[in-house]
Design a protein around this ligand. Sequence first.
Ligand SMILES: NC(=O)c1ccc[n+]([C@@H]2O[C@H](COP(=O)([O-])OP(=O)(O)OC[C@H]3O[C@@H](n4cnc5c(N)ncnc54)[C@H](O)[C@@H]3O)[C@@H](O)[C@H]2O)c1
Length: 259
Amino acid sequence: MPRTSVVTGAASGIGRATKELLERRGERVIGVDLHDAEVTADLSTASGRAHLVEGVRGATGGSIDCIYAVAGLSVPGPDTVAVNFFGTVATLEGLRPLLRNSPAPRAVLVSSMAALLPSDAELVALLSAGDEPGAIARAGTLAEEPSTGQLIYASTKLALSRWVRRQAPAPQWAGAGIPLNAVAPGVISTPMTAELIATPEGREGLLKVVPMPLNGIAEPIVVARALAWLGGEENTHLCGQIVYVDGGSDAVLRGDSVW
Ligand SMILES: NC(=O)c1ccc[n+]([C@@H]2O[C@H](COP(=O)([O-])OP(=O)(O)OC[C@H]3O[C@@H](n4cnc5c(N)ncnc54)[C@H](O)[C@@H]3O)[C@@H](O)[C@H]2O)c1
């Protein structure tokens, strides 16, 4: 039986590359996005998140093998909080019951190496507490200044990485036989970064913040391959890992400090 997977953010960039890779490997993929997808859903809203679950249930008869939560935004505003953190968590929690009958259930999300960059402790605390109205309000305040607005994206990804670490060993994931993990990409060439990396000066400036000594800026297929492994049958024992697909930025920025 070919595996059936759900990929959010499937219309563009890393999500699209993941969907195409899985389909080339013979899987059935239900793409979810704002447009150009099997299930059209806005993950920034409660109704969109409910529609995601109903749409996937309708398309699959209620049984899937893997969730790839890829959709994300990098604009310095509240929408980024709604999609990156709450949309991702709602995707994973909303679709988890549909993994129940899979012989090899898996779940993967996309965080970012940006979790290592400066963030806002108050926003991260609100996200970790699951306080969406509070987090949206805090993001609104941060968005008033460009210097604090840029902390929003990093805060959502830091909170997501912590969420994975906390959730993965718990009864509802590990206890149910579901490996839950994340990838943390460095700079990937997608519409999200197109403007930033359009000029040599832009690329140079970005790579000073996100050093990528191994092969530099990557194509989305590079991340898709790592996602596909984490979401595939061969991955039986990775639990709560944040796998950096970042050309070395984590190793350069954190060095020995994690051990
Ligand atoms: N590109 C990078 O350098 C990079 C680095 C680290 C992490 N990431 C993460 O990778 C993921 C994919 O990003 P990408 O670079 O492929 O970007 P992208 O902009 O090419 O694709 C993101 C997709 O998410 C969808 N999306 C956005 N808001 C949505 C919503 N409200 N509801 C449903 N879908 C929505 C978009 O329509 C789009 O198709 C994101 O989570 C991003 O934060 C990207």
